[in-house]
Ligand binder design. Sequence first.
Ligand code: NAD
Length: 304
Amino acid sequence: MKVLVAAPLHEKALEVLKNAGFEVLYEEYPDEERLVELVRDVDAIIVRSKPKVTRKVIENAPKLKVIGRAGVGLDNIDLEAAKERGVKVVNSPGASSRSVAELVFGLLFAVARKVAFADRKMREGVWAKKQCMGIELEGKTIGIIGFGRIGYEVAKIANAFGMNVLLYDPKPNEERAREVGGKFVELEELLRESDVVTLHVPLIDATYHLINEERLKLMKKTAILINAARGAVVDTNALVRALQEGWIYGAGLDVFEEEPLPKDHPLTKLDNVVLTPHIGASTEEAQMRAGVQVAEQIVEILKG
Ligand code: NAD
């Protein structure tokens, strides 16, 4: 059996494949033409968000039985073509949940205690102690919009910090809510009551610009918004005005409507926002889990 690894994969995942006796072929991010050449005699392909596994690639891989995506989103794989050819597609949805949740708190502390701002000032030689008055998290209310895998991890951490947890999800999991001391409320109530609002919904029609001008105006003037879901869940233009005009206190953003965030974007001019370049899943542990989970599923399918 031959497995083509077409994107960087954690060494533990490569071990899983090799220990199963598979021949592993590695080439980083081949283009479509090269991929078509490479897949002619492989039983499995592993990718990340790149390269694209197109219909042409799938139709030129007569032995292909499974496509593995180390990570979550499957938008770079032609699922229709895979289905037609009976090729299974596997991924690793929960692998990065904890990492994303921990980054949420990294962003939250950076905004609440002005860590990034203070660091910038220090490098300018400015001792900005007076401008760096912050807020504590204990006893504050966090509103988690989307109580799935990541939302649940965020809630566990929030609970440990002594925060009150409000939840909004059209499919409420009451048992998990009890576990984290959380309470389901309507979206408007969550926005009005929360000191921190954090987004953990998928980007679908119903969540496009879910946080718009009207909803930003429902939030407390002292509230912090965190977005580590998808950029387009927030109306960026409305958020920029909210931050400029003080409708909310600040924001921590890992994702953007346009990525990479264009140079000189208005968000980069604001001191009450902390920005990271979509690094929610960028930890050693998340990458290891994502790779190993996909490799194990591939072994099971090819050997099963
Ligand atoms: P999940 O599917 O486990 O949970 C999503 C939750 O959102 C579900 O409980 C669902 O019922 C709920 N939901 C759906 N529509 C909703 C709506 N209109 N309002 C409120 N809740 C709604 O997904 P997850 O693993 O927790 O991931 C959440 C999102 O985080 C992903 O879709 C992805 O976009 C993002 N993500 C970001 C990074 C990063 O690097 N920043 C990494 C992984 C995932």
